[in-house]
Design a protein around this ligand. Structure first.
Ligand SMILES: *[C@@H]1O[C@H](CO)[C@@H](O)[C@H](O)[C@H]1NC(C)=O
Ligand SMILES: *[C@@H]1O[C@H](CO)[C@@H](O)[C@H](O)[C@H]1NC(C)=O
Ligand SMILES: *[C@@H]1O[C@H](CO)[C@@H](O)[C@H](O)[C@H]1NC(C)=O
Length: 427
């Protein structure tokens, strides 16, 4: 087995894990290897095995809202930001229930790649959503540069694998909410060229082209009844570009409409199982089955209110959601999308980004194999991303042209065209 291939763990048994880790870790393994780790092993042994596994295979999280906290707490002024120190001791992070992330804890959590959310609140829709999104992309970029080489920008499967080999943490960018487009395919394409690799179609508000989860209970605020024709164009353009479509926070009808036309696998970047907690932010079993057909991914969110439908939850609730989605959608269609830094109640046992080994030790206790844990950690996301890249490459080879914006599709906001009268040639 070559070093470059070490994430392709073929093992089905713990014995195999042990021998593979011996190779992967070479002489550097100080801890005694967990020769006999099974579901019934003591927690400490499973925990050590989880750490060894997560050192050997990439672990990728689908959603973290740190960039928005940087804007809220620091107005994006990060030159004095001490992301490499213990933020649990530094104000205002120390006092905020919304803060779960710093560099030390990312390393303790063995994270290989993080999708940072370039999130803009719905209040900015029809106003300056595009500008604020660009500023959030910029702050992700600046944070990544400032903490290079610990953090490194990644935009492809190859980047993620390289970074993992070199023990760097990938910064990936996801735009959270189609309102960030300002209704423009030109903006979508520009986001892609800036490195954005997924876009959540809706945040907690409808866009002019897709309904959000507000269309479902308890609000039943239906606007379009799913995806509009322009919304279908946006999904097709994302498939052409190679940007992953994210359905977290969409309405059930929007999910179905997108799943019916998507040419590439899609994700739910931070959603859990509706069957176990009936939040409209969670994914229903009927949709989980469609995700299997699409070869997509549901990345489980750790927000207590989505796990137990209350403020209180534990790692056992997270395990139950992970097991449920595995059972319904299949082992190839599950991942992790914590939502850290965008949630104010976290489960006991998985309070912050350092907790992934703890979660994996719990899953070992539920009989998860190395192969299954490897898929959950990152192999499934890498598979989805490769398929999205492959479809993009085929479309490029076929010379498929960019979709054009709908002429006169205008959001009801004042544009500079109107300010300067460019559209009526009166200047
Ligand atoms: C969840 O279930 C409760 C109790 O049956 C119900 O009141 C609530 O409306 C449901 N919520 C959703 C989103 O279906
Ligand atoms: C549930 O969480 C709330 C808020 O975090 C806390 O005050 C309360 O004591 C918890 N209840 C239980 C039963 O743990
Ligand atoms: C733009 O046109 C409107 C009427 O069409 C006019 O009232 C306004 O003064 C013009 N603005 C500029 C900057 O020329």
């Amino acid at each position: 087995m070559t070093k470059a291939k070490k994430w392709d763990l073929p093992s089905r048994q713990w014995l195999a894990l042990t021998s593979i880790l011996l190779i992967a870790g070479a002489a550097s393994f100080a801890v005694p290897l967990a020769l006999s780790v099974t579901a019934g092993s003591p927690f400490d042994e499973r925990y050590q095995a989880a750490i060894q596994l997560l050192d050997a295979v990439p672990i990728i999280d689908g959603h973290n809202d740190l960039p928005w906290n940087i804007r809220k707490f620091m107005h994006n002024q990060i030159n004095e930001f001490r992301f490499d120190e213990d933020l649990k001791t530094i104000s205002p992070w120390a006092n905020s229930p919304w803060s779960h992330t710093d560099l030390q804890r990312l390393k303790r959590g063995r994270l290989s790649a993080q999708f940072w959310a370039a999130y803009v609140p719905c209040e900015a829709q029809y106003k300056d959503a595009v500008q604020i999104t660009l500023e959030q992309i910029d702050v992700i970029e600046r944070l990544t540069d400032r903490y290079s080489p610990h953090l490194t920008k990644c935009t492809s499967v190859l980047d993620i694998k390289e970074a993992h080999k070199n023990r760097r943490i990938c910064s990936l960018i996801g735009v959270e909410g189609g309102h960030s487009l300002g209704g423009s395919l030109g903006v979508l394409r520009t986001f892609y060229s800036l490195g954005v690799r997924y876009m959540t179609l809706t945040s907690t508000c409808h866009t002019p082209w897709a309904d959000s989860s507000n269309a479902d209970a308890p609000k039943y605020d239906v606007k379009h009844g799913g995806l509009t024709p322009y919304g279908r164009t946006i999904v097709r353009e994302m498939n052409r570009l190679g940007m992953i479509v994210d359905l977290s926070k969409a309405s059930v009808k929007t999910m179905k409409d997108v799943l019916a036309i998507a040419e590439a696998p899609l994700i739910f970047s931070h959603s859990s199982a509706f069957e176990l907690c009936n939040s409209s932010r969670n994914v229903q079993d009927e949709i989980l089955q469609l995700v299997t057909k699409n070869r997509g991914l549901v990345m489980v969110n750790f927000y207590n209110k989505f796990l137990s439908c209350s403020e209180n939850a534990t790692v056992h609730d997270a395990v139950a959601h992970i097991n449920h989605i595995k059972n319904i959608a299949g082992i190839d269609c599950i991942g992790l999308g914590s939502g850290f830094d965008g949630i104010n109640y976290t489960p006991k046992g998985i309070e912050d980004v350092s907790a992934y080994p703890y979660l994996f030790a719990e899953l070992m206790g539920h009989g998860w194999t190395v192969e299954e844990l490897t898929k959950l950690a990152g192999a499934n996301l890498l598979r989805v991303m490769s398929e999205v890249e492959r479809i993009r490459d085929i479309k490029r080879l076929n010379n498929e042209k960019p979709f054009e914006d709908i002429p006169n599709f205008r959001l009801p906001l004042q544009t500079s065209d109107e300010l300067f009268n460019c559209s009526n040639n009166s200047l």
